[in-house]
Design a protein around this ligand. Structure first.
Ligand code: PLP
Length: 388
């Protein structure tokens, strides 16, 4: 019997090593991994360049407190601001911590401007911002909140796509709108560019902040560094995590200078966040992602994958109802039992993960090769065929 708390319906499989797109099970079987730790291993398993960076840093210095200057942290923050809308970055250890920091920063901004009652955050129903007390009530998903009341107050909600409902929900107390640029757990639902531009305009008009949660869709996943860049808008606050660490736990929250003005010494803190070991990996991930042509390559491979999935949908319209997503954050909405479908893929050595709305999520590493995609499509084809 396992001593690990039973909070997942775990598949009865474990792995002893990984390389690039592949995972090798304890029983010696090879799997094509299109889960990649749920968009975490952005450069695949056991990436040589990341291995080198972490090994080098591990011999020098692992951890020092944030009461000292950490040069690797300064460097990563500088690079993140130079490439984005942001002027400041605060480092954390996970996505939930990063979104919580975003909430704190938004509230603190209005507090520091003498409007402490302007503290409510408007979010999408059944979104996903993490599993801490505040973020489950921000997400407003019944399954995640059940048994964890009293409710953490301060969040209001609107439905995905409901523009009119959204405007009505904005009150004098609203400080910010917080949405995932692409809803990952929620079923790979992309907020269209025109809606993002509308959100930006609405926030400007109402003088509130726009928080875009890019924990899953950021760091090159859509073929641009951030997913919101496709809409040519600028948010005020952006929490990130997953892909930035390439497998090492890193979270961060990016913000503008205006918003940062509320955060003063003592207003926030973390013991582990931004330590030299983590930052050396984060910098190595950016070395690769910022390399000329890397993101263009993500766009090209994702276009190829997307087309192949559309072809599958045409071939099996009764199994695949919809191809969702952008870049290498893709999903198939299927008509069949989700768990059985994923198990069939697993039997054929392809790893995929569920999302809401009966979606099968496909998250290859950003440096996935065309031949790996062909392999995945062949397995998907084989599994779809079994429903004929
Ligand atoms: C995964 C995720 C989180 C939470 O990240 P953790 O590291 O699991 O805390 C928050 N927001 C989004 C959009 C995510 O996909």
């Amino acid at each position: 019997m396992s001593s690990v708390l039973n909070t997942y319906n775990r598949k009865k499989i474990s792995f002893k090593k990984g390389k690039g797109c592949y995972l090798y099970s304890s029983k010696g079987k090879k799997y094509l991994d299109f889960v990649q730790g749920i968009a975490v291993n952005s450069l695949g398993h056991s990436n040589d360049y990341l291995n080198k960076a972490i090994n080098k840093q591990s011999k020098k210095l692992w951890h020092v407190s944030n009461v000292f200057i950490i040069p690797e942290q300064e460097k990563l923050a500088k690079r993140l601001t130079q490439k984005t809308f942001a002027d400041y970055v605060v480092f954390q250890n996970s996505g939930a911590e990063a979104t919580e920091a975003a909430i704190k920063i938004a509230r603190r901004y209005f507090y520091s401007k003498g409007q402490p009652k302007k503290n409510r955050i408007l979010c999408i129903n059944k979104s996903f911002h993490g599993r801490t007390l505040a973020t489950i009530f921000a997400s407003n998903s019944k399954k995640m909140m059940e048994g964890f009341y009293p409710k953490v107050d301060g969040f209001d909600h609107f439905n995905f796509g409901d523009h009119k409902g959204l405007e009505k929900k904005i009150t004098k107390k609203t400080a910010a709108i917080m949405v995932e640029t692409i809803m990952g757990e929620g079923g790979i639902k992309v907020i269209p560019d025109f809606c993002l531009r509308h959100l930006r305009k609405l926030c400007n008009k109402k003088k509130i902040l726009l928080i875009l949660d890019e924990v899953q869709c950021g760091i090159g996943r859509t073929g641009k560094f951030f997913a919101y860049e496709h809409a040519k808008i600028k948010p005020d606050i952006v929490p990130i995590a997953k892909g930035i660490g390439g497998g090492f736990p890193i979270g961060a929250c990016l913000m503008t200078k205006k918003v940062a003005s509320g955060m003063t010494p003592g207003s926030h803190g973390t013991t582990f966040g931004g330590n030299p070991l983590a930052m050396s990996v984060g910098n190595a991930v950016l070395d690769v992602i910022f390399k000329k042509g890397f993101l263009r390559n993500v766009q090209q491979t994702s276009k190829y994958f997307h087309n192949e999935l559309q072809n599958l949908k045409k071939k099996y319209p009764k199994v695949i109802l919809e191809v969702r997503g952008m870049g290498l954050l893709l999903g198939l909405k299927i008509s069949k039992d989700q768990n059985k479908f994923i198990n069939k893929l697993l039997e054929n050595k392809l790893l995929a993960v569920r999302a809401a709305e009966n979606v099968i999520r496909l998250l290859p590493p950003l440096n996935v090769k065309k031949k790996n995609i062909d392999e995945a499509v062949a397995i998907l084809n084989k599994v779809c065929k079994t429903y004929k």
